[in-house]
Design a protein around this ligand. Structure first.
Ligand code: MG
Length: 323
């Protein structure tokens, strides 16, 4: 029979909250952009091993150069060897077609390059992606993702449809050349609205978007409605979706068939802001039958990115809604 003292001790013990269970055997992924220069500082192989030890299994690269056909300054084969040695799977890679981005930073009054119209860019886009897809086939990756659009140029529905056509062409080319699935990744600017006649109410200017009226369409919807699901999948950046004043869960519900991957991102360290409803996001994502997501953290030149990544991985590894 327990003494009163022992009983009290038992009760006290029961009242102490359980230590969070750390599970490092989940499907965590990392968008390598997160680490900025820290990824290649010192010994790349040791850095990759450090990533793997956090429980991260999948990589999405942001380090390919179409100019010299290298990734992080290494040949595709060399980088794959190092990733293999660290037991990291290269699932995806972000690549921006330069030809599409000409004029991206043009401002009214500033001298701007004269880029081609989207309609005249189809062949340039095909030629851009062919060698990129060949290179990425050497990595064995499943996805090639375009990370952004030229926002200054998508100013009405017609331009958005023309851009969607380029995404379609990109998807066809990437699949035909490298057997790789093409995708598109959003920021907040795709959550802005356009109409047939709008000329300036983009760039995430949501008040201007509201003034456009009921015919206005969200740019991301124009892209989804005007691309073949076989050619173009979507990678939803949940943080930028929120920054665009949209609900990631609503997108995962309404566009379950189109959103195949996620960028899991917060203001900085994952979970620290309390602003992102990761539980609902992950639950809906898994319910849709999807699995690939990638941690992303901004401020890439901070010198603290490995530390922030470790804290973020710990958040996911102790969150029971993450598989
Ligand atoms: Mg992102």
């Amino acid at each position: 029979m327990l003494s009163l003292g022992a009983l009290a001790a038992c009760q006290t013990k029961e009242a102490v909250p359980a230590e969070p269970v750390i599970n490092t055997n989940k499907g965590l992924g990392l968008q390598t952009y997160t680490l900025g220069p820290e990824l290649t500082q010192g010994d790349l192989s040791a850095n990759l091993e450090r990533i793997r030890k956090m429980g991260i299994k999948n990589l999405e690269l942001a380090g390919y150069s179409a100019t010299d056909h290298k990734v992080f300054g290494l040949s595709m084969e060399e980088f794959k060897q190092k990733a293999d040695a660290a037991d990291l799977k290269i699932v995806s890679s972000h690549v921006t077609p330069d030809v599409m981005m000409a004029g991206l930073f043009a401002r009214p009054g500033a001298p701007a390059p004269k880029p081609k119209a989207f309609k005249d860019m189809v062949n340039d886009i095909k030629e851009f992606w062919k060698p990129v897809a060949e290179d990425h086939a050497k990595l064995g990756c499943e996805y090639l993702v375009q990370p952004m659009m030229p926002p200054m140029r998508v100013t009405n529905i017609e331009f958005a449809k023309d851009f969607a056509n380029l995404l379609n062409v990109s998807g066809e080319t990437v699949k035909a050349t490298g057997g790789i699935q093409f995708g598109y990744h959003n920021h907040n600017m795709e959550m802005a609205k356009v109409t047939e006649n709008s000329t300036a109410a983009v760039l995430g200017d949501l008040f201007a978007g509201m003034a456009l009226g009921q015919d206005a369409k969200i740019i991301e919807d124009v892209y989804m409605d005007n691309t073949d699901p076989a050619n173009v999948i979507f990678e939803l950046d949940v943080y930028w979706t929120v920054m665009g004043q949209q609900d990631p869960v609503e997108w995962l519900t309404r566009r379950a068939d189109r959103i195949h991957m996620l960028h899991i991102k917060d203001f900085m360290v994952l979970g620290a802001s309390g602003a992102m409803n990761f539980k609902n996001i992950f639950e809906k994502f898994y319910a849709n039958g999807r699995k690939y997501f990638f941690i992303e953290i901004e401020d890439t030149n901070s010198g603290k990115q490995f530390d922030r990544l470790e804290q973020s991985a710990l958040f996911l590894n102790t969150s029971d809604f993450v598989k």
